[in-house]
Design a protein around this ligand. Structure first.
Ligand code: GLC
Length: 742
């Protein structure tokens, strides 16, 4: 039975007295210049940078370097720091190891589709193992920005739209990166980012303003950060964006009042790239000196890549605009992480073992993660799984069919495309005398409008029993600063689909993308659809073994798939509004009678040309099994502060394939002191059943799962009636109610 975790548990400082005493001793020896030196992080990429870094390190004017992955260079910097600087303080070596180092896991949005904390943790472990072997000891992940707008390119790096799922998977990444002990040589420090609310960037346009009201900030955007900090995340990065006019980098409400005073965070806070100096660009600082003043007073310990700290902090102390106690607290947070990482004992790596990349063990985890990230959206007439034994001809087609680099997705600075296995490569391994597998790209890349291959593609499709059409986005079309206003398939892919459809050959659509795309204009043309996100190094073998039924797809959507971009933002946990839409209350644009009377269309919350439902809802995903839910039972009708209710359901697999279902538990707080979502995920479990097998699945509900940030500005549960659902998506219908007693 799974105890459903809550988010807001009081966190207490758990400082190690030995480390704290070492910090104190070191602080007493440090000059102001050496203290300020610890508060800067510079880019270590490129020849000039290496020479400049050598100088800074020797003078004790650098606390951290980012963007260097050569173990020899890193070892030399650590040697200079330890042997040639006055106090021998080692360096934090940081890198964006977001979803793998050389072996690339699915993009985080794809990992989120697995709904499996275990595989997410194991993927982060592999990333930590490979990156630490070259001397990297700090990664800028997990990114837990709640993302409800797929126009935003960084949705690719996120863990989706739901605070609970995002929190549980972000915490799994923290465990994977940091291991049981940060001082383990294979561990690297996690950095939960971007604090906070970056995913609410207006119109999904990256870096744009966010306007997040207080209740939404606490009940949605802050939750996954608290969950990751409760899991022990060693550091946190502030967001570029402004929240209701106050950029996160200068936001003392977030960085001090919430993070330090309420959450008792004892880790390191770092700005985003140049974000301190960008406070002047935002227009809340006159100059770099003001930028440094605002950021340091708000709670940014370390400045990434800018120089306002090293240029102005010393003067600010002398002018009493910043106290030496504040500087000491900032430096303590830096030194504490270095002690926790064991860098004072040994900051060096054996650069011989830095070649342990892409091991069988790593590739196995990458394939498992990719396979569990696949979401089966449609399977008309059970077209899937394909037979690998029957005589036949399969056409593998599309611009993403043989794209080993593109399938790695965004943020793969070190990803090795030479070990990435494409869908075509993997499908070809199933070719036999009986089963012919041929290829035509149709389009040479995802944005291409050059239809020169269409005739051959159409001919191949006509002469095949099934076409596996691999579509989607090149990796460059998502990630930082890569937002799209139209989220249809790019280029001439839709035209390609229509032409292949016209041949009458059944089509399996495999979609590789860094976001949820709008598929409305092609969903009927595809007989089966597998959403593969950007599946990483082993995406090909994972997709091939799934298409041929060696494994059943088990993924569930971590984000809503809208019908059209005009519906955005669209997510399952919407508020009810005073006029909630129902199927009966909606009249769609083509159904409207001419001269219809103004109020005749129903007065509820929907779009005339889209209705109110998505194309596919959050939590949705089919398998090769047939899962039936029945017999929902609650152990009690009433819950009190110290009791719990067990919610139990029978799950059966009436299909002909063994499959894994992610059983989801949702609640609704019927009446609150603020309006409450119509559904909220509070628990999930992966259950594997053979054909004909059935089992009982239980969840334990306590008041912790009902708490929210109320009108009283307290994190608490409010008495009253609650509805619960258990099912295979946010569209679950099996429901019951219980009440929480005062
Ligand atoms: C980038 C990103 C941040 C990343 C950092 C270092 O601009 O916003 O997520 O970790 O800079 O590369």
């Amino acid at each position: 039975m799974e105890t459903v975790k809550s988010v807001e548990t009081e966190t207490q400082l758990n400082l190690d007295p030995i480390i704290e005493s070492k910090i104190k001793t070191l602080l007493n020896q440090m000059t102001l210049a050496e203290k300020i030196g610890q508060l800067s992080q510079h880019n270590g990429e490129g020849f000039e940078a290496v020479a400049a870094i050598n100088r800074r390190v020797k003078q004790g004017q650098l606390g951290s370097v980012l963007n260097q992955a050569d173990p020899e260079i890193i070892n030399e910097w650590q040697r200079i720091a330890v042997e040639e600087s006055r106090l021998g303080i080692p360096l934090l070596i940081a890198r964006d190891v977001i979803h793998g180092f050389k072996t690339v896991m699915p993009i985080p949005l794809g990992q989120a589709a697995s709904w499996n904390p275990d595989i997410v943790e194991r993927g982060a472990q592999i990333a930590a193992h490979e990156s630490s072997s070259v001397g990297i000891n700090w990664t800028f992940a997990p990114m837990v920005d709640i993302s409800r707008d797929p126009r935003w390119g960084r949705i690719a790096e996120s863990l989706g739209e739901d605070p609970y799922l995002c929190g549980e998977l972000g915490a799994a990444m923290v465990r994977g990166f940091q291991g049981d002990n940060l001082s383990n040589p294979n561990s690297i420090a996690a950095c939960v980012k971007h604090f906070c609310g970056y995913g609410a960037s207006e119109a999904g346009r990256d870096y744009s303003s966010t306007n997040i009201p207080e209740y939404e900030l606490h009940n949605v955007y802050l939750r996954p950060f608290k969950r990751c900090i409760d899991e022990g995340a060693a550091s946190l990065m502030a967001s570029f964006s402004d929240i209701d006019g106050i950029p996160a980098t200068a936001n003392d409400y977030l960085l001090t009042e919430i993070l330090r005073e309420h959450w008792k965070f004892d880790g390191l806070t770092v700005s985003d790239w140049n974000a301190v100096q960008e406070l002047a660009v935002h227009g809340i600082a006159e100059n770099d000196k003001d930028c440094a003043t605002l950021a340091a007073n708000a709670g940014i310990d370390m400045e990434m890549s800018g120089t306002s700290y090293e240029d102005y902090l010393s003067g600010l102390v002398k002018e009493n605009l910043l106290s030496i106690n504040q500087i000491d607290a900032m430096v303590s947070n830096v030194l504490r992480l270095k002690f926790r990482l064991g860098l004072f004992d040994n900051p060096f790596v054996d650069d011989k073992n830095a070649q342990l990349f892409g091991s069988d063990a790593a590739l196995k985890v990458a394939q498992e993660a990719a396979q569990q990230s696949l979401v089966l959206l449609k399977n008309q007439n059970n077209l899937l799984p394909l037979s690998s034994t029957k005589k036949g001809k399969i056409a593998v087609m599309g611009p993403l069919a043989d794209a080993p680099y593109e399938q790695l997705g965004t943020w793969i600075f070190d990803g090795d495309a030479s070990i990435s296995q494409s869908i075509l490569t993997a499908m070809k391994l199933f070719q036999t005398d009986n089963l012919k597998i041929d290829f035509n790209c149709g389009l040479e890349y995802s944005r291409s409008k050059d239809t020169k291959h269409f005739n051959d593609a159409i001919k191949l499709a006509k002469n095949s029993d099934v076409a596996v059409l691999c579509l989607g986005e090149e990796s460059i079309l998502s990630g930082e600063a890569h937002s799209r206003a139209c989220i249809d398939l790019p280029g001439a892919q839709i035209d390609l689909i229509k032409q292949i459809k016209a041949t009458g050959t059944p089509i399996v659509g495999v979609i590789l993308a860094g976001r949820s795309l709008t598929l409305t204009n092609i969903v009927d043309d595809l007989d089966a659809i597998i959403y593969a996100w950007h599946p990483g190094t082993m995406g090909g073998p994972a997709i091939a073994e799934t298409l041929f039924g060696q494994k059943s797809p088990s993924g569930k959507l971590p984000v809503t798939l809208p019908k059209m971009v005009g519906q955005l933002p669209l997510y399952y946990s919407q508020k009810n509004t005073g006029r909630p839409p129902t199927d009966e209350s909606v009249v769609l644009i083509d159904e409207i009678q001419q001269f219809a009377e103004q109020t005749s269309l129903g007065m509820t919350a929907f779009h005339l040309d889209a209705g109110y439902k998505p194309l596919f809802p959050f939590g949705f995903g089919l398998t090769y099994g047939e899962f039936d839910y029945s017999n929902l039972q609650l152990s009690a009708a009433q819950l009190s502060e110290n009791s719990s209710i067990t919610a139990k359901v029978t799950l059966a697999n009436s299909g002909s394939h063994t499959a894994t279902e992610t059983v989801q538990l949702y609640i609704r707080d019927k009446v609150g002191t603020i309006t409450r979502p119509i559904k909220e995920l509070v628990g999930f479990q992966r259950v594997t059943l053979a054909p004909g097998e059935k089992t009982s699945v239980s969840f334990e509900i306590t008041t912790n799962n009902l708490k929210f940030y109320t009108r009283r500005r307290q994190w608490e549960a409010e008495p009253g009636e609650f509805q619960i659902w258990i099912g295979g998506s946010s569209d679950a219908t099996l429901s019951d109610t219980f009440s929480l007693l005062a």
